[in-house]
Design a protein around this ligand. Structure first.
Ligand code: FRU
Length: 719
C-alpha cells in the first residue's frame, strides 16, 4: 500500500486522474491508506493524531479493529483529551463516491471528518460512540459525491473534543464508483423451504445480516455471511418451520456486492442440492452437515424411537463461526435426516454447546404445553452478541412438538455468568436425589455441578477437576462389567479424558483418573442419557488440525456411534469402546479368511478389495513372529501394533493384547479412519490417493498370524 503522498505523486495517480470523469466502474482511487511512516502531504495540527499513522490501538485505548492492513489515523495520541486535526492536500472529485472506514466519538463538528469544497463543508461523518463502553471498531461509510464531480476538495479529520470518546479513527479513504456499503432491507415471503445465499469459501469478507420474522421485534437470527458475486458454493437458511411467514433481511453490504445480493432468494432447492451426499469428499456412513462447518455434537437425546443429534453448526461457511445448533434425526444412529437449525444466534449471542433431555411437566416450571417436552440446555455466548456487554450464560429452549420446533425460554439465562468462559451444560435427572444436575465447564480444568428442582432455579452444589482436560463435560453412571449392583460415575472432558468415582447427587468423589480414552481426532463428544436398553451411546466430533474436508461445501464429520461399557482390565476399571452394533447392518459384501500366517512378500488377501467405505475385522495373534502387526490404509495411514511398546498407531499409550490376541476393527469412510482395538478408540482423517490400494496387511517385521480376517464393504446411508 502506498502512503498518501506517494500515491498522489505516482504515475498511476496521474494516469487515473486524467481518465474521463465518472466512467462506469472505473478503478478506485486511493486518497489515503495510512500505511506509510508519515502523513505525507497531509497537514498535521495539534497532538491527537501524533506524527504518523498508528499501527492499531494506542496506550490506554480499547482494542481497535476493522481498519485495513497495518495503519490508520488514530486520534487517541495523548488519550481522549488531546486535540488535533489532519487536512489532506487538495484533490479532484473523479468518482461517484468517497468511501472510508471510521470509528470513535460521535460528536458533530468535534469528532468528525469533513469534506470541504470552496471553503464550505459539503459532507461530514462521525464515529458511533457517545457513552462509556461501546466499540473501537471502524466501519464503512460512503458519501455520494456525484453532484460534486470535477470539483477540487480537501478532507479534514477533526478531534476537538475532550473526555469520553473524545477521539476519532479513520482509514482507507478512496474514491469509487460504488458505495462502500449500501443498507439492505428486504422482505421475503417464505413460500419455499430455503433462503439461498451465494458465498465465497473462507471467513475473510463477511457481512452481518439480520433476519426478522413478520410481527416480531427481536431478530430470529443474525449471521456473518461471505456473500459473493463469484460463489465457491451456495448455502441456505432452512426456513422449513416458517412457511407462510415473511422474513425481513437487513444489513449493510459493499456496493459492489449488489449483484450477489440480488441472487439471495427464497427457493425450493439450492444450487448443488442435486449433488448432495454424492460429493467426492462426502462421508458415506458418518454424519456430516449438508452445508457449512460442524463441531461438537450437542443435545444427544432419544425420544419416541428417534435418536436426535444436534451439533455446533455454521450453516454459512467452511470454518467455525455463527454458532447455530444443527439438527438431525435417525431411527438407527446411521440413517440421519437433517432438518432446520434448532437454535440460531440472536441477541443472546452464539448458541454454544449443551445437552438435550426429555422433561415431564411435573419436573419443571418451564411453561411447556403437553405432559412432557424435549428441552435443550445451551450456552448463550454473549460475548459474540451484537448487544454489547454480555457474557457467557446458560439458557434453555424447548420443543412442544417432539423436536420439530424450539422456543427459547423468556427467562433466559437460567444460570448467570459464573466465571471465565463457563459453558457446555450437560443436564440430567438424578432419580435418587429427585433433582436435575448440571455439570458445567468453568475454567482451566475445573467443572461445576449445579442442581435444580425445576430447571429454572439453579444452586451450585460442588466442583470437580479433570486435570489436563477442559470444556464439554459428560457425566454418567455405568455398571461395572454389566453388574447393576456395582457402578461408578464417569466425569468426562472434551479431550476424552475421564475421572472415575462416586456421586451422591451433589458431590463427585474421585477414585481414579485422569485416564485417557480417546486418541486422535475425536473431541468434545457426549452420550445419550436415555438410550434404550440402558446403552451408553457416545458420539464425538472428528476435528481436523489440517485443511479439513477441503474443496467441499461442508466441513468435518462426527465419529461412529460408540457403545461405552466399564470393564475391569488387569484389575483396573476402564472405559471400553465398541462400535454401536447398528453398523453391522451396513455390511454389503464380506470376504473372510481363517487361521493363516502371512509373511513379507506373500500375496496379500486384501489386495483385491476396492472402495472407500469398508470395515476390517481381525483377530491377530500378538505372539506372531513379526515385531509389528496390523494394516496400512490408503498407503499412508498405519493401524499397526508394535511389540516393543505395545503401542497401536496414534494411541499415546500401551495397549495390551487380551488373552494374547488383538481384536481389531477398522472403519474407513471416504475421508476418515477409526480403529477399535481391545476396547480402545483412535481416529484420524485420511486422504485417498487414486491408484493406491485401500488396505494392506503390514508385515514389515516378519510373519503375522491371523486367527481370522474379514473385510466388509459398507453401504452408503444416503442412498
Ligand atoms: C468445544 C467448544 C465448546 C463450545 C463450542 C463452541 O469444541 O469450544 O466448549 O461450546 O466448542 O463452538
Amino acid at each position: 500500500m502506498m502512503s498518501p503522498t506517494r500515491l498522489l505523486r505516482s504515475p498511476l495517480f496521474l494516469l487515473l486522474s486524467s481518465a474521463p470523469l465518472l466512467m462506469a466502474a472505473s478503478p478506485d482511487l486511493t486518497i489515503a491508506d495510512f500505511e506509510g511512516d508519515s502523513f505525507g502531504d497531509w497537514k498535521v495540527s495539534g497532538d491527537a493524531f501524533g506524527k504518523a499513522p498508528a499501527r492499531g490501538a494506542l496506550p490506554g485505548q480499547m482494542p481497535v479493529d476493522g481498519f485495513r492492513d497495518r495503519g490508520l489515523a488514530n486520534g487517541f495520541h495523548g488519550g481522549d483529551d488531546a486535540e488535533g486535526s489532519l487536512v489532506s492536500p487538495e484533490f479532484k472529485i473523479e468518482r461517484k463516491f468517497i468511501n472510508f472506514l471510521i470509528g470513535g466519538g460521535k460528536f458533530p463538528g468535534e469528532t468528525c471528518i469533513e469534506l470541504k469544497v470552496d471553503g464550505k463543508t459539503v459532507r461530514s461523518a462521525m464515529g458511533r460512540n457517545e457513552h462509556p463502553g461501546g466499540s473501537e471498531r471502524l466501519e464503512w461509510e460512503s458519501w455520494d459525491v456525484s453532484d460534486l464531480a470535477g470539483k477540487n476538495a480537501t478532507l479534514h479529520i477533526i478531534d476537538k473534543r475532550k473526555g469520553t470518546w473524545g477521539h476519532l479513527t479513520v482509514d482507507h479513504l478512496v474514491q469509487s464508483d460504488a458505495p462502500a456499503t449500501v443498507a439492505i432491507d428486504k422482505e421475503f415471503v417464505v413460500n419455499q423451504r430455503y433462503l439461498i445465499w451465494p458465498v465465497s469459501k473462507g471467513n475473510g469478507e463477511r457481512r452481518r445480516f439480520f433476519g426478522t420474522l413478520d410481527g416480531e421485534d427481536k431478530p430470529l437470527f443474525y449471521s456473518d455471511i461471505a456473500l459473493s458475486n463469484n460463489p465457491d458454493f451456495w448455502v441456505f437458511t432452512d426456513l422449513a418451520n416458517y412457511q407462510g411467514r415473511r422474513i425481513k433481511i437487513t444489513g449493510k453490504i459493499p456496493g459492489n456486492l449488489a449483484a450477489a445480493w440480488e441472487k439471495v432468494a427464497i427457493s425450493a432447492t439450492y444450487p448443488g442440492e442435486e449433488e448432495l451426499y454424492k460429493e467426492p469428499l462426502r462421508p458415506q456412513y458418518h454424519f456430516s452437515s449438508r452445508r457449512g462447518w460442524l463441531n461438537d455434537p450437542n443435545g444427544l437425546v432419544w425420544k419416541d424411537g428417534s435418536w436426535h443429534l444436534f451439533y455446533q453448526h455454521n450453516p454459512y461457511n467452511h470454518g467455525w463461526d455463527n454458532m447455530h445448533w444443527g439438527h438431525a434425526i435417525s431411527p438407527d444412529l446411521f440413517h440421519w435426516k437433517e432438518g432446520p437449525d434448532a437454535l440460531m444466534p440472536d441477541p443472546e449471542g452464539y448458541m454454544y454447546s449443551g445437552s438435550g433431555f426429555v422433561v415431564p411437566k411435573s419436573k419443571t416450571s418451564l411453561p411447556i404445553k403437553g405432559s412432557e417436552a424435549l428441552v435443550l440446555a445451551y450456552t448463550s455466548e454473549g460475548t459474540h452478541s451484537y448487544v454489547p456487554g454480555l457474557k457467557a450464560t446458560q439458557s434453555l429452549a424447548w420443543s412442544d412438538d417432539g423436536g420439530k420446533t424450539f422456543q427459547k425460554y423468556k427467562g433466559n439465562p437460567v444460570l448467570p455468568h459464573q466465571v471465565g468462559g463457563n459453558r457446555d451444560p450437560k443436564v440430567f435427572w438424578h432419580e435418587p436425589s429427585n433433582h436435575w444436575v448440571m455439570p458445567l465447564y468453568l475454567d482451566g480444568d475445573e467443572y461445576g455441578l449445579y442442581t435444580s428442582k425445576d430447571l429454572v432455579k439453579w444452586d451450585e452444589a460442588s466442583r470437580y477437576r479433570i486435570p489436563t482436560d477442559a470444556e464439554c463435560p459428560d457425566f454418567f453412571e455405568l455398571p461395572v462389567e454389566g453388574n447393576a449392583k456395582e457402578s461408578r460415575w464417569v466425569a468426562w472432558g472434551a479431550q476424552g479424558k475421564y475421572m472415575l468415582g462416586s456421586f451422591d447427587g451433589k458431590d463427585f468423589k474421585v477414585e481414579s483418573g485422569p485416564h485417557q480414552h480417546y486418541f486422535g481426532a475425536a473431541y468434545a463428544g457426549q452420550s445419550y442419557d436415555n438410550a434404550p436398553d440402558k446403552r451408553r451411546v457416545h458420539i464425538g466430533w472428528m476435528r481436523d488440525t489440517g485443511a479439513g474436508i477441503n474443496g467441499a461445501p461442508f466441513n468435518l464429520q462426527m465419529t461412529l456411534p460408540i457403545d461405552f461399557t466399564l470393564r475391569r482390565i488387569d484389575g483396573k476399571l476402564r472405559l471400553w469402546s465398541e462400535p454401536s452394533a447398528e453398523v453391522t447392518k451396513l455390511r454389503a459384501d464380506t470376504k473372510e479368511w481363517k487361521d493363516f500366517t502371512i509373511s513379507p512378500g506373500d500375496a496379500d488377501p486384501l489386495s483385491d478389495f476396492k472402495g472407500g467405505q469398508f470395515e476390517i475385522e481381525a483377530v491377530i495373534d500378538a505372539k506372531s513372529e513379526s515385531s509389528e502387526m496390523g494394516f496400512v490404509i490408503f498407503g499412508e495411514a498405519p493401524a499397526i501394533w508394535k511389540k516393543s511398546d505395545q503401542n497401536f498407531s496414534g494411541a499415546a499409550g500401551a495397549l495390551q493384547p487380551m488373552d494374547g490376541k488383538l481384536n481389531v476393527r477398522i472403519f474407513v469412510d471416504t475421508v476418515s479412519m477409526e480403529v477399535f482395538v481391545n476396547g480402545t478408540y483412535v481416529s484420524r482423517y485420511i486422504r485417498q490417493t487414486p491408484g493406491i490400494k485401500p488396505a494392506r496387511i503390514a508385515t514389515g517385521g516378519g510373519a503375522v498370524h491371523f486367527d481370522s480376517l474379514k473385510i466388509h464393504a459398507l453401504k452408503s446411508v444416503w442412498k
